[in-house]
Ligand binder design. Structure first.
Ligand code: BG6
Length: 490
């Protein structure tokens, strides 16, 4: 703290909540929807927790009016949701499914009826299966044109109803988990393919923003990046250098492209040494440099702590446990595993647990100050307005005998993060909104329905759809009051 009095949140601050199509909608084959890669992948035995999938999810497709009414009663000012590409273009391109468009139009109209600002995400990980079958999805440059066609359909239809648009959700996460760790579709473990697909997605991002400038001149668009600041294990300069490497590799590698249209040199050279740089064709860099987002969407859950690589700088005894804790718990491990790195080189850094931080039930570090550090770093490097497009706590929630949820732990988590956002605003950071993850409980991609994030409990579990009743949690009423007082009651 270097100031004692905090600034107020801006008057028009977008107090919101977020979701994604596959995680809430259900209706997976309804009204002409095609399959997405998640519809297929989740059916592969052993891939998701207890084989959970989004066939029914929390049935938002049929209950969206009830859900929006709950948002309105809460006083929500913004709602971030994603569109399922396979509802709009069941085959990925070509024939448009008007019923799919109509569903989102109804949802948007319902939100606007209550003055809730829609924040529309174009891509939250669910490319149509038809495009995966036709040409391996994001491995082919054809996906750039098809994504653009899909985006243009939505831009044209909703340009007068939606101001805030998100292009890609957590490109860093879905490329790493999908192409490197075989943990998400398309279920591949190949570093070279990951960097190739990632470059193609960067081009798709840029091309869609070009179309946006043409079709929605008054709108605002940006990617949502899964950002976590990287800390050095301690002040040993070797660890500080490793943290610099980590920050470049895990964050700047994506964000520099979004904002400056170029790849960071240090990482590019490292990938060259490893033989995994993406193929750059003529015109690519010009396309990347031709656009710039209007804002940065930031999904913040936690950062990471790193030390110099274990090969040149062996772990001390007291560091062994931190190393073990990390390997055991973090699902988003990004450091090359020896067998998968396909590299004779020593890693640029090694991830370890941070001894100062508590963890959630799923082993994610809880680091509210990291939120302020994230916002500060991003403001000084990229200097764009920022919207927190995700932040929240995944926990086991228990329904009491009175059918209530006493989720004080979630309130504490959200409050601590919001206080750090307020401090960042006081520091001088431009934050335009905050979308908590999530509005209702929903399907966690790999962890089923028991990892709950919502302000609203959904009566269902991993085995059974049960009543799907919506039950506002204690945190729902708490957030309602925060919105009402524009953050003064934090
Ligand atoms: C983000 C995603 O990575 O984290 C969300 O954008 C996701 O879709 C959220 O649900 C929480 O992750 P998890 O694995 O706990 O569901």
């Amino acid at each position: 703290m270097f100031h004692t009095k905090l600034d107020d949140f801006p008057e028009n601050f977008l107090w919101g909540a977020a979701s994604a199509a596959y995680q809430i909608e259900g209706g997976w084959k309804e009204d002409g929807k095609g399959s997405s890669i998640w519809d297929t992948f989740s059916k592969i035995p052993g891939k998701t927790y207890k084989g959970t999938n989004g066939n029914v999810a929390v049935d938002h497709y049929h209950r969206y009016k009830e859900d929006v009414k709950l948002m309105a009663d809460m006083g929500l000012r913004a709602y971030r949701f994603s569109v399922a590409w396979s509802r709009i273009l069941p085959n990925g391109s070509g024939e448009i499914n008007d019923k799919g468009l109509q569903f989102y139009e109804n949802l948007i109209d319902e939100l606007r009826k209550y003055n809730i600002e829609p924040v529309l995400t174009l891509y939250h990980w669910d490319i149509p299966q038809a495009l995966q079958d036709a040409y391996q999805g994001w491995e082919s440059r054809q996906a750039i044109d098809d994504f653009n066609e899909y985006a243009r359909v939505l831009f044209k239809r909703f340009k007068n109803k939606v101001k805030y648009w998100v292009t890609f959700n957590e490109q860093n996460v879905f490329t790493a988990l999908g192409y490197r760790w075989e943990a998400h579709p398309p279920n591949i473990a190949n570093v070279k393919k990951m960097f190739e697909a990632n470059h193609i997605i960067n081009l798709a991002n840029a091309k869609a923003i070009q179309s946006f400038r043409e079709l929605v001149p008054n709108g605002r668009i940006g990617p949502s990046f899964g950002y976590g600041p990287i800390y050095p294990f301690d002040s040993n300069p070797n660890h500080v250098l490793a943290a610099l490497n980590g920050e470049e590799f895990q964050n700047h590698w994506w964000m520099d492209v979004y904002i400056h249209g170029k790849y960071p040199k240090v990482i590019w050279k490292q990938l060259e040494r490893l033989g995994v740089t993406p193929t750059i064709e003529s015109g690519d860099m010009e396309l990347l440099q031709s656009v710039k987002p209007d804002f940065l969407g930031v999904n913040y859950y936690h950062g990471g702590t790193v030390r110099a690589n274990k090969i040149e700088f062996p772990l001390k005894d007291e560091e062994q446990q931190l190393d073990k804790d990390f390997e055991a718990t973090d699902p988003y491990l990004m450091e090359p595993k020896e067998e998968q790195a396909q590299s004779p080189e020593v890693p640029m850094f090694t991830n370890v647990s941070n001894p100062y931080l508590e963890k959630t039930d799923w082993g994610w570090e809880i680091d509210p100050i990291g939120m302020r550090i994230a916002l500060r770093r991003l403001q000084s490097r990229y200097d764009l307005p920022m919207m927190i497009t995700e932040n929240g706590l995944g926990a086991f929630d228990e329904l009491t005998e009175n059918r209530e949820i006493e989720d004080q732990y979630r309130i504490d988590y959200l409050r601590e993060h919001l206080v750090e956002i307020q401090k960042a605003i006081t520091d001088g950071v431009d934050v335009i909104g905050y979308c908590a993850w999530s509005f209702t409980d929903l399907l966690s991609w790999l962890n089923g329905y028991r990892k709950r994030y919502g302000f609203v409990y959904i009566d269902r579990d991993d085995e059974n759809e049960k009543s799907l009743e919506r039950i506002p949690k204690k945190s729902y009423y708490w957030y309602k009051n925060i919105i009402k007082t524009n953050g003064k009651s934090l």
